[in-house]
Design a protein around this ligand. Sequence first.
Ligand code: JFZ
Length: 454
Amino acid sequence: MQDLNVRIPDGIFRRLEEHAKNHNTTPSEAITLLLSHALGSFGQRPAIDPSRGQREGARNDPRLDWWREAKFGMFIHWGLYAIPAGVWQGDEVPGIGEWIMYRAEIPVREYEKLAPEFNPVEFDAAKWVGLAKKAGQKYLVLTTKHHDGFCLFGSKHTAYNIVDGTPFERDVVKELADECRRQGIKMGFYYSQTQDWHHPDGDGNYWDYDASSQDFDSYIHDYVIPQLEELLTKYGPVGLIWFDTPKQITAKQSQDLLDTVYSIQPDCLVCGRLGNGLGDYASAGDNRIPGSLVELDWETPATINDTWGYKTNDHNWKSGADLVRKLVDIVSKGGNYLLNVGPTAEGVIPQPSVERLEEMGAWLDRNGEAIYGTKAGPVQNLDWCRTTAKDGTVYLHVYDWPADGRITLPEIRAKSARVLGGGEALSVSSDGTVVSGPTAAPDPIVTVVALETG
Ligand code: JFZ
């Protein structure tokens, strides 16, 4: 930092220290990271951090089979932060919406006052799950407790929950879990196991609590584990627990959480963000897509705009076509796409999200055969297409359809070819190397050509 020869204002320095602590680096490394981010070289860090990896043995574990087939899930970040929605006392708070308590250093006693205001009368589990179905998403992951500590389920271990602490009084986790079962979607629970800015012994709240007098191990054993027991016994079969930001959690504590999950629901999967390399599957950095094939079970969690929790002023929506291409890109490299929505304080999923998810669903109606249940394709690292594969069929996902309609196959020999979504059979050259189709792209987003190779 000294060699940069700049004076860092105290407030920023404190943030750098905190950032450094969170990321296990020194403040000076933190500033290098922040600068490199600003300068654009950030993308060179690997998209999948090995510490958020897949535990040994999980790669061949059939417990993951449903998840491997699913490919596409709905993430839901919802909590008290949907009320301020990025604005605190008239000031725009930069960053992701669900971090507003942290970013504005809102005292627990102030932030808590949001609970009696939380009355999402528009909430309708059937609508949310119906949207996921329509989008072609096969699992849903809800923030049962995010870093702010507020719980979307009734809990006897804290009154800071939607049933006991709000006028709404309904158990949203229960309603969604029941509805997922009804509509045939797997339900997963996001649970912030390390950071809890409300609990006096949780991690992260340096403005109310003094870390030196905190008992983090008691928080894990007397609070987190009992809450996990509630989540795993009261709501039927749980598809997965999505832990996050491991930070200071020790290998022993991660193992204790893992044992808790497996002992109650042995088939419940655990996301790699549990920490200490113990997950069933690896998690990429948020919105990060690896540059090439990754030989793990892995998932990219991602946003449609630039926030997870709802923000009134974030209108930076990715296009439907962009999102479809990201899904194809991820699946072609062997991953899953967990795409987020941030409902409003009234319980409504923002319309721009609805439109994009419906657009993806319409594309998947035509092309789902080339996504669900496939494996990473045999040809990687091409600009103009991606490949996936299943049972002797290779799916060519064409991004840039050739103007003459002639596709020279990369390394693949085809016996026959057809365009998905009711498209016609295409002619294949006698040596199986060239497929000829219409001159205009049959699908404006991504055209999938199914090649029988077997
Ligand atoms: C975490 C949370 O802090 C955030 O609020 C949200 O829930 C998101 C899904 O996960 O944030 C992270 C975690 C990891 C990275 C970035 C943001 N990462 O590895 O790049």
